[in-house]
Design a protein around this ligand. Structure first.
Ligand code: SF4
Length: 228
């Protein structure tokens, strides 16, 4: 499994914000969001091929109760099945961060799904053939439906502008079983100023609809740096 980094930090996003965790960041992604904040796992994937034993050993060495498997897109790797089974056997709480386009029978305590809206699609000028591929792959309703039926989950949408709201509404209409409190809206951006500017119009929208505003606390705590 191609691993870009493995480190301990506090979970900065979502329901477990503030929880000390070990982060295992898989490299490689089947999407190419123009705003990707980990381009070293997507646009220019980096990393080394680690064995499952090595990953488990390194996770155990960090001595945390929570592990977050993130990416890139970790669900690209079939090794996720034995890896998560072993981490579960060791008693760890497992969060998987995924865009929700690929399904595997993994062990998972919190499926943190970040579906990508049309505003994530890169330009042809920047991405070439990846622009059409991204647009074709980014929404896989059968995968989302299976994930939210099988796992405890949160849905974390990256919101770039208020024009995303109409697509968000039609996305949620496809999944009437999703309660509003499962929906987290995260402002797009990696700089505090842009996050604050977007949160100013996102917060009242969340309040009106019963969604959670999802700040990116790790950027506030550490800045947009690797290993945090
Ligand atoms: S799905 Fe995530 S890792 Fe992949 S390109 Fe989009 S933001 Fe980056």
């Amino acid at each position: 499994m191609l691993i870009a980094e493995l480190y301990t930090s506090l979970q900065g996003e979502g329901r477990l914000t503030g929880t000390p965790s070990v982060f295992v960041r898989a490299s490689g992604c089947n999407l190419r969001c123009w705003f990707c904040d980990t381009p070293f796992t997507s646009w220019q994937p980096e990393g080394e091929d680690w064995s499952l034993e090595e990953i488990v050993h390194q996770v155990q060495a960090k001595q945390t109760s929570h592990v977050v498997i993130t990416g890139g897109e970790p669900m690209l790797y079939s090794e996720m099945v034995p890896l998560t089974q072993e981490l579960k056997r060791l008693g760890l709480h497992i969060t998987i961060e995924t865009a929700g386009t690929l399904h595997l029978e993994v062990a998972c305590d919190l499926m943190s799904i970040s579906p990508k809206l049309a505003s994530s699609t890169p330009s042809v000028a920047r991405a070439g053939r990846w622009a059409a591929r991204h647009e074709r792959v980014r929404h896989q309703p059968h995968v989302i439906r299976k994930m939210i039926a099988e796992y405890d989950y949160q849905l974390k949408f990256v919101i770039d502008s208020e024009s995303d709201f109409a697509e968000l509404d039609s996305w949620l209409e496809e999944f009437p079983e999703v309660r509003p409190e499962r929906v987290l809206l995260m402002p797009q951006g990696t700089k505090l100023e842009e996050l604050a500017a977007r949160s100013a119009w996102l917060a009242p929208f969340c309040a009106a609809r019963g969604f959670q505003l999802c700040p990116r606390k790790h950027i506030e705590w550490y800045g947009a740096t690797r290993g945090t």
